[in-house]
Design a protein around this ligand. Structure first.
Ligand SMILES: CCCCCCCC(=O)SCCNC(=O)CCNC(=O)[C@H](O)C(C)(C)COP(=O)(O)OP(=O)(O)OC[C@H]1O[C@@H](n2cnc3c(N)ncnc32)[C@H](O)[C@@H]1OP(=O)(O)O
Length: 224
C-alpha cells in the first residue's frame, strides 16, 4: 500500500529543532572503550559470586570511577550523527537504549542496508538482557524490533515515532549468540509509515514485529 507517500528528500537536521548534535567520529576512543568496559561490568556484577572483600573493593573502585565522571554532561536529547557501514548518514539519540553509542545499557544494535531491501543488523545480548532462563527478555525483543522498524522508516527518509507496535514471539531467542534483526517499510499512507521486521536465530524467526510509525511533521508538509 502506497498512498500519498511523502518521503522527505533529506533527513531533518536536529539542530533546526534546537537539539545538540555530536558526530559519532568525535566521540573519544576512551569513551567508547569505557562504555564497553561498563557493559562487561554490568554483566559481571549481575552474575558475580565474589566474596565480601572483593565486592567491597569493586564497589570502591566503581564509586571512584563514578566520581570522575560527574563533570560536564551532554544534555538529554543530544543527538549523534552516525554514518552506517553502508555509508548512510543518520541522526539518533546519543543515549538511545537500543543503539546509543555512549549508552552502556544499549546492546548496541547497528543496522545496515540489506541486499534484499530494508535494513539488517546483528546483535548479541548477554545475560543482562535475560528474561526466562537462558533466553532474551520479550520486552527487549520488542525494543530491538521497535528500533529496527523505526530505523527502516528513517532510512527511507521518513523518521517518525511509533504509534502502534505488535510483536509475535515465535521461538525462544537465546542469550550470548548472534541474533539477526531485519526491518523494512511495507507501505505509506499520508504521514503513516507501515513497517515490518524479524529477529532470527540461526535463520529461524524467533520474533516478528509490525508497526505504524507516524512520520514527523516537517515544514512544507502542509499538515498532511
Ligand atoms: C532511528 C530512530 C529509531 C527510533 C525508534 C524508536 C521508536 C520509538 O520508540 S518512538 C517512542 C514511542 N512512541 C511514542 O512516544 C509516540 C507517542 N505518540 C505520539 O506522540 C503521537 O500519538 C503520534 C506522534 C504517534 C501521532 O500524533 P500526531 O502526529 O498528532 O498524528 P495524528 O495527526 O494524530 O495522526 C496521523 C495519522 O496516524 C494515525 N494514528 C495516530 N496514532 C495512531 C495509533 N496509535 N494507532 C493507529 N493510528 C494512529 C491517525 O489516525 C492519522 O491517520 P490518517 O492519516 O489516516 O488520518
Amino acid at each position: 500500500m502506497t498512498v500519498d507517500a511523502k518521503p522527505v528528500a533529506e533527513l531533518p537536521d536536529p539542530r533546526d529543532f534546537g537539539l545538540a548534535v555530536v558526530p559519532e567520529k568525535e566521540i573519544p576512543a576512551e569513551l567508547a572503550s569505557l562504555v564497553e568496559e561498563v557493559r562487561s561490568l554490568v554483566d559481571a556484577v549481575a552474575h558475580t559470586k565474589a566474596g565480601a572483600h572483593e565486592l567491597a573493593a569493586a564497589r570502591d573502585a566503581v564509586a571512584a570511577a563514578n566520581a570522575c565522571l560527574q563533570g560536564d554532561r551532554h544534555d538529554v536529547g543530544t543527538m549523534v550523527q552516525q554514518t552506517w557501514p553502508d555509508g548512510r548518514v543518520e541522526y539518533g539519540t546519543l543515549t538511545n537504549v537500543v543503539s546509543g553509542p555512549t549508552n552502556a545499557a544499549a546492546p548496541p544494535l547497528r543496522m545496515e542496508a540489506a541486499p534484499e531491501g530494508g535494513l539488517r543488523g546483528e546483535v548479541v545480548l548477554n545475560g543482562t538482557y535475560q528474561g526466562p532462563p537462558g533466553l532474551v527478555h520479550g520486552g527487549w525483543l520488542a525494543a530491538l524490533l521497535d528500533q529496527a522498524l523505526g530505523a527502516a522508516a528513517g532510512a527511507e527518509g521518513m523518521p517518525g515515532l511509533t504509534a502502534d507496535l505488535n510483536v509475535n514471539y515465535r521461538n525462544p531467542s537465546p542469550l550470548d549468540t548472534p541474533l539477526e534483526v531485519t526491518a523494512r517499510v511495507t507501505g505509506t499512507e499520508r504521514r503513516k509509515v507501515f513497517v515490518a521486521g524479524e529477529v532470527r536465530h540461526g535463520g529461524r524467526v524467533t520474533a516478528e514485529g509490525t508497526a505504524l510509525m507516524v512520520r514527523m511533521n516537517l515544514p512544507g508538509d502542509g499538515g498532511a
